[in-house]
Design a protein around this ligand. Sequence first.
Ligand SMILES: Cc1cc2nc3c(=O)[nH]c(=O)nc-3n(C[C@H](O)[C@H](O)[C@H](O)COP(=O)(O)OP(=O)(O)OC[C@H]3O[C@@H](n4cnc5c(N)ncnc54)[C@H](O)[C@@H]3O)c2cc1C
Length: 434
Amino acid sequence: MEEEKKTKFMTQAINDEILEKLSLKNRYSFLNTNLTAILEPNEFNFLKKAQKFCMRFEKKNNITHGPDEDVYDWIPAFGEAGYLTRAHKFEMIDVNYDYYGATAELMRCLAVDFFDPQFSLAGGATVLAINPIYEHHENMPIRLEIMKKFVTGVTPGAILITEPERGSDAVHMLTTCDEQDDGSFLLNGEKIFSTNGPKSGYVVAYATAEKNNGNTMAQFLIDTSWDGWNCERVFIPYVPKVWLGKERLDNLRVPKDYVLGGVGKGREHLFEGLVPERIGIAIDCVAQCWNAVAHAAIYANNRQQFNQMVLKFQGVGFLLTDLWARLTNVTLGLLMFCKNYDSKMEKFGGTLPRNISQALVASASQFKYHTAKLSAEICYEAANLMGGAGLCDNTLMQDLLNMSRIAEIVGGSRQIQNYIMSMAMRQLYKMSGI
Ligand SMILES: Cc1cc2nc3c(=O)[nH]c(=O)nc-3n(C[C@H](O)[C@H](O)[C@H](O)COP(=O)(O)OP(=O)(O)OC[C@H]3O[C@@H](n4cnc5c(N)ncnc54)[C@H](O)[C@@H]3O)c2cc1C
């Protein structure tokens, strides 16, 4: 079995002993030791349960994370076990998770990202498609059925906001929706960079009654088997296992029951999804950073040069501890945010009042901005501390380094986060009564 495993990678650069030390189990152990004093028992228990599932799954299926594996093959098993999303209890679709919320998502993501970062990214896009259906299902059977398929891993999902000509400027869309007499809509236009687009059975898409008019936006659920759905793959070399779509919607008819938000409701629905989306990206980034630091810490504690472990050279040890300290602090901040978010959700019965939700927009941008930047730095520097071994394909470091290059673009670029934060700061200044 060991022989079979090795042939899936290119030539092994790293020695057997260190490669074994970098196992999923050991990286989890490093993470858990770091979190022992920080997490509450229920958080830790769930984290360990998710980790156990990932370790068993990896072993049972002889997963090497080599280039020939299809991460989409793993979705049904993770869905069945309840590790695709823990954002909600999902009682309306008889899923009834006993542990859920933003903190549960942080724990789940730490476990899943260590297992396979590209799988975790693809799963995150399905969660983005689940959120709007969760908010706007109105107990309609078809919407509940689709939500259940996403949550339980029957099919991945995607969210279609970006267009070839409208990226950062997402509210001035060109994709149109024309309402018909029977309440259905005809959609026409192009979308791009939809994570999971070519693999999804259903997607959530935005369009507008009048081009460039954000006040006329609407939100739709689309069955990708319908006529008028055309999707080709956009290949992003940094994430070769994730399938992104470029879609052309040609007179695609959306029946009334699939209209999640009619004309005029789209922008509000879009903004309401941005807080969980950005916190989700921040969680992903923090998980990637821990995975990178775990790799580098194990390597630096085992790799010998000049007759001693490289950790003991100040250039290595001080850089690694600098990354480690900053990551620990951001993790504490994010954990605090998640717990606070969960307690507010509980207090307000699952839907946050508008003023609170708006106040969280700034925090979500701050975390997304900060963690994406941190991920670009930590994943690069941690790989660097592993020398040549950090650059070859024998470990997940290569995936982590590559993924850290996309973090600042997805979910709104760095400059767009700056822009949102500066508007929020102006608002806060005005509210301060100075
Ligand atoms: C891997 C990946 C996955 C993605 N997944 C999805 C998805 O699932 N669904 C989806 O809808 N989209 C998705 N996207 C699209 C992503 O959200 C956009 O790429 C992003 O919003 C930037 O848009 P753009 O690419 O058109 O860049 P542009 O808008 O063309 O930006 C170009 C540059 O200009 C800067 N800029 C633009 N406007 C301003 C401004 N006002 N002030 C200062 N600087 C500005 C930007 O920061 C950037 O540096 C994904 C993208 C990638 C790469």
